[in-house]
Design a protein around this ligand. Structure first.
Ligand code: GN1
Ligand code: MG
Length: 375
């Protein structure tokens, strides 16, 4: 980070620049740029999370921060009312400026915000541990419960049509139309996959449009590494990356967790043989998730949880491909074909989840009724 900008930024907070010792960039996250900043207070070192908001993606940082402020203060009150003792690491907390603002716009027109560091927390890019997968599912359900009575009408839409898969498919077609010929040739099989399976894009969107699928407060970016776990016990602590909290379908939150956590490979494995759908992992996530939402989930949501996983892997792959065809402007990439590689892993996940759909649907119903009976 530019030193002068850092000083300008710190002047908005009650930090003493003399105590500042340095920062470390965190390479996780495809959108915003995140740093841990360290301050030495003699007897202890304090750290905070500093994030530069990607304004190409989030066009209105002010509205985005209003969403986060409303949601975090709402959740804090719910946690207090539950009598949760250590509510401080159970939800993200904004560190406010000296004038009580939630973010700073610097003279370079960059937007920054600071969060309290979640001490004792750890996140995982991938995991084979059933304990972690179960706790991940549980944490997402818990998050949805905490915000169940938050009025969705108070939320701004930070990225319009974010999980509107029908719209995502139309955007893909437009970009495909204008894409460079050699890029198209390099992705010919992937392009065919999305065209041949475009029915997937409409499965839940049709239900939403017909008002058969309820909209609730959802996180919308529930990939595994957006969940913090207690580093000693592996209990789920909270969800981070709250920029996409919007009204949405809970099946997408469940599905995004499945697509990201039940892959025995990586999101960007170059060897597709590694990308194996972890069916037992799916069951662990479903157990944790359903235990959290058993009293609030509706039948239509229950029947569409597996669809949520199929759609999220389809949509995520489609978005990676769209960005690849468009010249990699949206997701951060380490090399030119990174988005194409990511797209291939999502297609492989999608195909495997489809192949197991009947079995997975049955497992979900079995788990649900088991939990119901033992409530
Ligand atoms: C992005 O910001 P991050 O890395 O947690 C993206 C998600 C994708 C994900 C794919 C705002 O999440 O929608 O599913 O990458 N976030 C946004 O890994 O577009
Ligand atoms: Mg993230």
């Amino acid at each position: 980070m530019n030193k002068a900008e850092l000083i300008e930024l710190f002047n908005h907070y009650d930090f003493n620049i003399d105590n500042y010792i340095g920062n470390k960039m965190i390479s996780k996250g495809h959108i915003n740029t995140t740093y841990i900043i360290y301050f030495d207070y003699g007897n202890k070192v304090k750290r905070y999370l500093l994030q530069q908001i990607n304004t190409l993606v989030f066009k209105n940082p002010q509205e985005l921060m209003k969403n986060i402020e409303q949601v975090t203060s709402f959740a804090k009150n719910v946690l207090k009312s539950y009598g949760v003792s250590n509510y401080k690491n159970k939800f993200v907390r904004i560190y406010k400026t000296s004038t009580n603002n939630t973010y700073v716009k610097t003279s370079l027109n960059n937007y920054y915000r600071i969060y309290h560091f979640i001490e004792g927390g750890v996140s995982y890019d991938e995991s084979k541990s059933h304990e972690i997968l179960y706790n991940a599912g549980k944490t997402i359900g818990y998050f949805q419960n905490l915000l169940a009575h938050f009025d969705v009408n108070n939320l701004y839409e930070t990225i319009p049509f974010f999980h509107d898969t029908t719209y995502r498919y139309q955007t893909f077609l437009k970009k495909l139309n204008n894409a460079n010929k050699s890029l198209i040739e390099s992705a010919i099989n992937e392009i065919s996959f999305f065209n041949d399976n475009k029915y997937i894009a409409n499965i839940i969107m049709d239900l939403i449009n017909k008002k058969q699928m309820p909209l609730k407060v959802t996180h919308n970016d529930t990939k595994l590494n957006n969940i913090m776990f207690d580093y000693q016990t592996n209990d789920g602590l909270c969800l981070v990356d709250l920029d996409t909290i919007m009204p949405g379908c809970i099946c997408f939150d469940f599905g995004d967790l499945i697509r990201s956590s039940c892959n025995l490979g990586k999101e960007d494995s170059t060897n597709l043989d590694d990308v194996i759908f972890n069916i037992d992992g799916f069951i662990s996530v479903a157990k944790g998730y359903l235990e959290s939402v058993v009293t609030t989930i509706s039948q239509i949501e229950l029947y569409n949880l597996t669809n949520g996983a199929i759609i999220m892997s389809y949509e995520c792959g489609l978005r990676f491909l769209t960005d690849y065809l468009d010249g990699n402007h949206y997701f951060k990439v380490n090399y030119p074909t990174h988005n194409l590689i990511r797209c291939k892993t999502q297609i492989k996940m999608c195909k495997q989840i489809i192949a197991n759909k009947n079995n997975l649907d049955k497992k979900i119903m079995d788990i649900y009724y088991y939990i119901k009976q033992n409530e």
